[in-house]
Design a protein around this ligand. Structure first.
Ligand SMILES: [Zn+2]
Length: 69
């Protein structure tokens, strides 16, 4: 018994690694920058003076399990 009309007709798109690699690297760098600001932007490793960045990402620190206070 065959059911006609229910077979998928769309085929998945293949993306070559050469085209996606620069975007993957950019995304990785942006994620590493975000992790820095969430996890290490305070005290001796801070770039910006004051606690503004720390307070801005404070909930993210606790969500990701970074020690805080
Ligand atoms: Zn905290």
């Amino acid at each position: 018994m065959t059911i006609t009309g229910l077979t998928p007709s769309a085929r998945p798109i293949t993306i070559p690694v050469r085209e996606i690699l620069p975007w993957a690297i950019l995304g990785g760098l942006l994620l590493m920058l975000a992790i820095y600001f969430v996890g290490a932007e305070q005290g001796a490793t801070s770039i910006f003076r004051g606690m503004y960045v720390h307070e801005f990402v404070h909930d993210g620190r606790h969500l990701l399990g970074f020690p805080c206070h």
